[in-house]
Structure formats: structure tokens, C-alpha cells
Ligand binder design. Structure first.
Ligand SMILES: [Zn+2]
Length: 221
């Protein structure tokens, strides 16, 4: 659009006013730009946290229920700690009892997610943060922990809905952090060095689970 020549006094006034408004808009525009630049820098600077929103989830299929702050450590992953692992757990109790435990500051442990037997997914800790779930500091810092409702000695607890929902969740985590879909990077709690936990146990069908994760990883979200 070209500039119009003012032919009368009235037009000139309008012209000057328009210029003034234009100038204000331009200034506001650069302020927005500067704020965006600042936000980008903010994101990149180690030790400076990304903006967060209360109740925000990292996985669209999850419902937010906050864990007690005593059960995780604030971080800025994947910028301060890279994420290259998913750790599979079994709750050894009901979904509700696991939620309650993770809300209890005395529990001193919690995972990022809990998958219920009907496929419902709760997120209790942001993936930005380090959840105390693996019993190993290094593994906590580099992994996302997923709990599954049930008992390790009850194969019937591992329902189709649970496998499907968990596999979709794990596939999205792998996609987001570029984690290879293999058993080096998707492990059971039992495989964490130094742990005395046995979950997910011998009834967890790894072959089936990995097949479902691979399928969910390659199909559009
Ligand atoms: Zn565990």
C-alpha cells in the first residue's frame, strides 16, 4: 500500500494522526518482538526456567493431578538434563492409592504419570522436572517414569486398555525427545542399576508393549 498525498488541511490532519498511530503500532510491534526474543533466550539459558502454567500437561491425553513437591525436584529438562529413557513401573496397589501416595510429602517418591486399568492417564509431575521414581539419581534425571495400576503377580491387572494407553504415551515421549524405541531406552524399574524393586515383573508383556509403542510411534498422533 502506497502513501496518500494530503490535498486539504483536514486530510493533512488525518494523515498526521494516522502516522502517529502507525508509529505507536510499530513501537508496540517491536516490543512484542523483543519480548519473544527474550522468551527464546530465557528458554535457552541453563538454570533459567521455562514459563509454566498451572495444570498444564505434557501429554494431551493426560489429566493433571499435582504430586507433592517433596516427591520431585524442579528442573528445566531437556535443557539441563537430557531425556533419553522411559521407566515402566507397577504401582502395587490401586490407581487411587498411588495418586494419594504421590500427593503425600512423606512418600518421598512419585512418577510423572500413572496409567489406570481402564486406560485413563494422570500426569502428576511435569516432564520438565525430575521425579523420584527410579531410586537412582542419574536415571531419575534422564528419564520419564510411568506407573501402571496393579500388582506384579496379577497378570490380569495388565489390561488391553492399559497397554494401549501406556504405549501411546510412551510413543509421544519418545517422539518429543527423539528417544529410540528399543529396550535400551524403554526399561523396567527392575533394570535400573542399584534398585531393589522388581516391577513391572515377569507378567508384563514386553514384546506386546514394544510392538504397541512402535506402532503408535509411526502412526500420526
Ligand atoms: Zn517402580
Amino acid at each position: 500500500m502506497g502513501q496518500r498525498k494530503a490535498s486539504s488541511d483536514g486530510d493533512r490532519k488525518v494523515g498526521r494522526r494516522a502516522l502517529l498511530i502507525g508509529g505507536t503500532v510499530a513501537a508496540a510491534g517491536s516490543a512484542v518482538l523483543a519480548r519473544d526474543e527474550l522468551a527464546r533466550l530465557w528458554w535457552r539459558t541453563p538454570g533459567v526456567e521455562k514459563p509454566r502454567k498451572e495444570g498444564e500437561v505434557d501429554y494431551a491425553g493426560a489429566r493433571w493431578v499435582a504430586a507433592s513437591e517433596a516427591n520431585w525436584r524442579r528442573a528445566d529438562r531437556p535443557d539441563d538434563y537430557g531425556i533419553d529413557m522411559v521407566v515402566v513401573h507397577v504401582t502395587q496397589g490401586s490407581f487411587d492409592s498411588a495418586v494419594k501416595a504421590f500427593q503425600d510429602p512423606g512418600h518421598r517418591a512419585a512418577a510423572h504419570y500413572i496409567v489406570r486399568q481402564d486406560g485413563h492417564v494422570a500426569q502428576m509431575i511435569r516432564e520438565l522436572d525430575v521425579a523420584y521414581h527410579a531410586g537412582n539419581r542419574d536415571y531419575n534425571e534422564r528419564s520419564v517414569g510411568i506407573e501402571h495400576e496393579g500388582f506384579v503377580d496379577r497378570p490380569q491387572d495388565f489390561t488391553d486398555e492399559m497397554y494401549e494407553a501406556s504405549a501411546r504415551l510412551t510413543a509421544r515421549i519418545c517422539a518429543r525427545y527423539d528417544i529410540p524405541v528399543d529396550r535400551e531406552h524403554i526399561i523396567g524399574h527392575v533394570e535400573v542399576p542399584g534398585t531393589d524393586h522388581t516391577d513391572p515383573g515377569r507378567h508384563w508383556d514386553w514384546e506386546r508393549y514394544m510392538r504397541l509403542v512402535r506402532r503408535a510411534r509411526t502412526s500420526p498422533a
